[in-house]
Design a protein around this ligand. Structure first.
Ligand code: TXA
Ligand code: MG
Length: 325
């Protein structure tokens, strides 16, 4: 049985599982989350694999509060005001990543921003306190399905993919957190959620732009251009030339003397996903003309990897599909 009642003992075990790189489902006041150690890219890749996400949407990182947030993100006065008013609670803030931020690149899907939230649910907080880790957690459902608000829904969605499902009863709010982007003084609504906009507006002392009725609120995390490295990519490459870098995959990578990163020499797509954004960043900084990218199988997480690669190689021509979380 994957579902276990949340007790001091099971929370300890869940924290140990997270520290070992396993994934654990846990309750929050909004919905159940599927958590991984946000510092461990391989663990985060397991979350994407379990959810069967066709794309790498950036994930929310759960922390205890403002102090932990400041370890990873640049928290300005506007963000601090929102944090003081609404944390712990159902508000996620998308903030600039601090330089040297230890959170895995895969968590922010390669963006320079990071979504942070301090949950108020006492089991979520106990888990954060015992694990002493930032926990990256999307809702614990398969991609494209509704977020689970009881442990049994998590099991129906994910079966025994999580090492444990901590049962904390029904979620108090049952709706995902409201997501705001904070960029200097500008505050942008990225996702409607459990924290009403009026409350946010009262604290900010101004109105927020509402989405058009019926339209999707898009996260900048889903805009094509944000994924583009500045070096052009040459996809489906079988070899690399002088002046190029090689992003390889699998055991049959060509011999190449230039900068090379193999996403997974054993051809494992979960491992490749874990390495993907960091590898792109490194090769982008290598000062080459082109990055030659070997073909990546189109199944499992390969679908998301290929989607990202396509967006990164022709950002202007790929339409941005508005997508609900
Ligand atoms: O209530 C919640 O927020 C739940 C619980 C588990 O905390 N989590 C959740 O996560 O709903 P998820 O992954 O299903 O939704 C994350 C949302 C997506 O809309 C994503 O695009 C946005 O946050 N997001 C995360 N990081 C972002 C970033 N760096 N820039 C823009 N949007 C971001
Ligand atoms: Mg979700």
């Amino acid at each position: 049985m994957t579902i276990v009642a949340a007790t001091k003992e099971s929370i300890d075990r869940a924290a140990k599982a997270l520290a070992k790189g396993e994934i654990v489902a846990f309750p929050t006041e909004t919905v159940y989350g599927l958590g991984a150690n946000a510092l461990n890219a391989a663990a985060v890749a397991k979350v994407f694999a379990a959810k069967d996400r066709p794309r790498f949407n950036p994930l929310i990182v759960h922390v205890l509060g403002e102090e932990e947030a400041e370890a990873y993100a640049a928290v300005n006065d506007t963000a601090r005001k929102l944090i003081h008013a609404f944390w712990p609670g159902p508000l996620s803030l998308v903030l600039p990543r601090k330089s040297g931020c230890a959170i895995a690149d895969l968590v922010s899907a390669g963006l320079d921003t990071i979504a942070l939230r301090a949950p108020s649910n006492r089991i979520a907080r106990a888990l954060l306190e015992v694990a002493k880790l930032p926990i990256a957690a999307p809702s614990a459902n398969r991609s494209g399905r509704i977020s689970p608000t009881i442990a049994a829904h998590v099991e129906a969605e994910l079966g025994s993919l999580p090492a444990m499902i901590l049962d904390g009863g029904p979620c108090a709010l049952g709706l995902e957190s409201t997501v705001l982007g904070v960029d200097g003084d500008d505050v942008t609504l990225l996702r409607l959620g459990a924290l009403p906009l009026e409350e946010i507006e009262t604290v900010l002392g101004r109105k927020l732009a509402r989405p058009e009725p019926g339209s999707h609120v898009s996260s900048p995390g889903q805009l094509a251009t944000h994924y583009a490295p500045s070096t052009p990519l040459h996809l489906d490459a079988r070899s690399a030339k002088r002046g190029e870098a090689l992003l390889a995959f699998g055991p049959h990578a060509p011999e190449f003397a230039g900068p090379t990163i193999n996403l997974s020499p054993r051809g494992d797509l979960v491992e490749a996903a874990a390495n993907f954004f960091a590898a792109l960043r490194t090769l982008d900084a290598a000062g080459v003309e082109t990055i030659a990218v070997m073909p990546i199988p189109a199944h499992g997480l390969g679908e998301a990897l290929n989607d990202r690669l396509k967006r990164a190689s022709s950002p202007a021509t790929i339409p941005v599909s508005a997508e609900l979380p």
